[in-house]
Design a protein around this ligand. Structure first.
Ligand SMILES: Cc1ncc(COP(=O)(O)O)c(C=O)c1O
Length: 385
């Protein structure tokens, strides 16, 4: 099926790149577990030469994800971090990147502990105020890198405002859209140049494979990233491409439930006497609720809340039964985690304090189980505090 603007999101998720196999009629995309391809003669082949460069299962996934984000092309990688690594590998020594200061912990770890050894420079600012981004731009700035909502504090960045600055200053805007998925937020339509996802999360949706994708608005980025797939080789395997192709078919249906249950759980947490604060953009008193309504079509199921102390967090997390204590998010099962010791441990106590991640903060990725069971489980666990 062609990527026409006329078809709806769920239709594209199920059919774009997911056309029946022309050889057999198989309704699902075949997995091509091959490293190489027989050639008909020197320079004569059917478009595939070696699987680090391209693979038919991967091609299909890249077509699908490009269509969902509205990009010209997508490139998939072996994890979300590999995708982010490829993005900053498009830069060169001496280049500077302005980043949000409340990113998934692995991202500043890569930037500060790996990429800075190669002469790249990174500044971190609170991107809830577009003025901070503008002020951090210098002579060598090439890129602005944001996550919205942020992980784990659920702060929003005004993508239209930041992309207007980037256009004016000739910078590339990169948006990590992992928390929202293209179902609820389409950064390219708001002016971003590149969208990155950990496909490990909502796009796959079943917690059974790692992966990452970069979706590009411009062909020159798509070409550079294809070159990096070939040159550096951190590509996604055909089997894991297939897992995402399968998972993404239900993205729209899953996201609707995630969103509905996310709102229910957030409302429950707000009213619970053991919970000191709830961070969820779907709440009317979230400071950026209006912006969220403008640039997102749903609020999703990522919520953080304050239990008051490490001891309180530990007591409740030990008691959960329906929710699973573990890192990651975006799966059909509810996952609950402790950012200070898990996803954001690498920031160090000082780094966490600077952005407001406390030892009592708990993050929940509300799954698609019966929401009453999730609420009951959280209630009994919180009452252990
Ligand atoms: C927002 C966000 N971006 C990127 C990543 C990295 O993805 P991966 O774990 O697939 O490497 C994560 C992982 O948790 C994430 O939450």
């Amino acid at each position: 099926m062609k990527n026409t603007k006329k078809t709806g999101f769920a239709t594209r998720a199920i059919h774009t790149g997911q056309e029946p196999d022309p050889l057999t009629g198989s309704v699902t995309v075949p997995i091509y577990p091959t490293s190489t391809y027989v050639q008909q003669g020197i320079g004569q082949h059917k478009g595939y030469e070696y699987s680090r460069v391209s693979n038919p299962t991967r091609t299909r996934l890249e077509q699908n994800l490009a269509a969902l984000e509205g990009g010209v092309a997508a490139r998939v990688f072996s994890s979300g971090m590999a995708a982010i690594h490829a993005i900053v590998n498009m830069l060169k020594s001496g280049d500077h990147v302005v980043c949000g200061n409340d990113l998934y912990g692995g991202t500043p770890r890569l930037f500060n502990q790996v990429m800075s050894n190669f002469g790249l420079e990174f500044s971190y600012v609170d991107t809830t105020d577009a003025g901070n981004v503008e002020r951090a731009i210098g002579k060598h700035t090439r890129m602005v890198y944001v996550e919205t909502p942020t992980n784990p504090l659920m702060r929003l960045t005004d993508l239209e405002a930041i992309s207007a600055i980037c256009r004016r200053r000739k910078l590339d805007l990169v948006v990590d859209n992992t928390f929202m998925s293209p179902y609820f937020q389409q950064p390219l339509a708001l002016g971003a140049d590149l969208v990155v996802h950990s496909t490990t999360k909502f796009l796959n949706g079943h917690s059974d494979g790692l992966g990452g994708v970069v979706v590009c608005a411009k062909p020159q980025h798509a070409e550079k990233l294809a070159f990096l797939q070939k040159a550096a080789g951190a590509i996604l395997s055909p089997f894991e491409c297939w897992l995402v192709l399968r998972g993404v078919k239900t993205l729209a249906a899953r996201m609707d439930i995630h969103d509905r249950s996310g709102r229910t759980v957030a409302d429950f947490l707000v009213k619970h006497n053991k919970v000191k604060a709830v961070f969820y953009p779907g709440l009317i008193d979230h400071p950026q609720h209006a912006l969220g309504k403008r640039q997102m079509t749903g609020f999703g199921s990522m919520i953080s809340f304050e239990t008051g102390s490490l001891n309180n967090a530990n007591r409740m997390l030990k008691r959960v039964r329906v929710c699973s204590l573990g890192e990651s998010l975006g799966g059909v099962e509810t996952l609950i985690s402790h950012p200070a010791t898990m996803t954001h441990a690498a920031l160090g106590a000082k780094g966490r304090k600077a952005i407001g991640i406390t030892d009592g903060l708990v993050r929940i990725s509300v799954g698609i189980e019966d929401v009453d069971d999730i609420v009951e489980d959280l209630d009994q666990a919180l009452n252990a505090i």
